[in-house]
Design a protein around this ligand. Structure first.
Ligand code: SF4
Ligand code: SF4
Length: 124
């Protein structure tokens, strides 16, 4: 499993990572119709080449380099990244359902502003 986007992306979604990804494996992009309704962005697990360029580009530290590096509270979002397929309504619905479940299950963390959320994970 390659790089994984997690919950600080929710409410941020600025696509800075999309701009630096050399293989265009982060979706939805701003020019894709799914962008308006997507709660966050997702990394295609088979297309990501593990280059690491997206990590320093993210202003809210939402991207982790591996399953092991992903905090325990965020591990439910690994599957959301894994199943999201742009243009496929069924996979999008499943990924978004996982994200909405994550938000509902972690109201304490989600109440923290996105820019501080990554640091807040250590406290919960
Ligand atoms: S690690 Fe590289 S290839 Fe993978 S999503 Fe980030 S920028 Fe794209
Ligand atoms: S740079 Fe970070 S916050 Fe912005 S879209 Fe990518 S993962 Fe989300």
């Amino acid at each position: 499993m390659p790089f994984i986007i997690t919950d600080p992306c929710i409410e941020t979604k600025d696509t800075a990572c999309v701009d630096v990804c050399p293989v265009d494996c982060i979706h939805p992009r701003k020019d894709e119709p799914e962008f308006a309704t997507a709660t966050m962005l997702y990394i295609h697990p088979e297309e990501c080449i593990d280059c690491g360029a997206c990590v320093p580009a993210c202003p809210v530290a939402a991207i982790y380099e591996s399953v092991d590096a992903t905090p325990s509270h965020q591990k439910d979002l690994i599957e959301a990244n894994a199943i999201y397929r742009n243009g496929d309504a069924d996979s999008i619905a499943k990924a978004e359902a996982l994200v909405k479940g994550h938000v509902a299950a972690h109201a304490d963390i989600m109440a923290v502003p996105a820019a501080e959320r990554q640091a807040a994970h250590a406290k919960f």
